[in-house]
Design a protein around this ligand. Structure first.
Ligand SMILES: [Fe+2]
Ligand SMILES: [Fe+2]
Length: 242
């Protein structure tokens, strides 16, 4: 880390513990690529701290929870979904934080954020920090990053670039199939996320990211139909001159 890139604000746990947690989380993220790997974790960490500062949350808990939130994912993948990565991640995080001698109350609060970050079943986010982690994680699946992730994922499954909404009923496209696309992901998942945010800043950011996705997919549809021009107004709007 260069001196210039150091911002105390980004290290509520202090540099030493933050780097230690990154190091300990690293082997669990190995081989997970851009969708769920360390890049995703770092983006969630930044977004969680941003919302946490605005809401005066416990940034130390948020930081640890964000850095460790997906460490159970490889177990879920290996067991083909029979294990919940949030629950497994909370269990692994407890061991890691215990080894580093964090106080029990800190471990419990952090583990709760991790086990509730999917908001499944009875595991709903009860604390402010858990709600913030949930929002930060969801925000990473929408907007420009969400689009990038959806295409990365579609690419990994050998899917098409786009299924034109006129000639394919995207309702019939099965997830993980060749006909599956980022567009289907947008229609059925990404477009619903803005209504599921739990914090005011999460909602605000989600609405902004949602508008960007609508513009992007509308444009993708136009281009796949033959590069239809939308005229000067669009250019002005996109370059901020409108
Ligand atoms: Fe997750
Ligand atoms: Fe995640």
């Amino acid at each position: 880390m260069s001196k210039d890139s150091f911002k105390a604000d980004d290290y509520p746990l202090g540099v030493e513990f933050t780097e230690k947690l990154r190091q300990m989380a690293d082997p669990y993220h190995d081989g997970m690529g851009g969708c769920h790997g360390p890049d995703h974790t770092e983006r969630v960490h930044k977004t969680a701290l941003h919302i946490g500062r605005l809401m005066e949350a416990r940034l130390d808990v948020l930081s640890a929870a964000a850095l460790l939130h997906d460490i159970g994912r490889r177990y879920e993948t290996r067991e083909q979904g029979k294990i919940c990565h949030a629950e497994k991640g909370a269990e692994l995080a407890r061991d890691i934080l215990k080894k580093l001698n964090f106080p029990q109350s800190f471990i419990d609060e952090t583990a709760h954020c991790i086990e509730a970050h999917r908001y499944r079943g009875d595991k709903n986010p009860r604390t402010l920090e858990a709600k913030i982690l949930y929002d930060a994680d969801k925000l990473d699946s929408i907007g420009a990053v969400g689009i990038g992730r959806a295409f990365l994922f579609a690419g990994q499954t050998g899917a098409r670039l786009h299924n034109d909404s006129d000639d394919v009923d995207i309702l019939d496209c099965k997830p993980y199939s060749r006909e599956d696309t980022a567009y289907r992901e947008f229609k059925f998942k990404m477009s619903k996320i803005k209504d599921r945010m739990l914090t005011p800043e999460g909602k605000r950011l989600a609405e902004e990211r949602h508008v960007f996705m609508e513009v992007f997919f509308e444009r993708l549809e136009r281009e796949t139909k033959g590069a239809e021009s939308v005229g000067e107004d669009f250019l002005k709007m996109m370059s901020g001159r409108g």
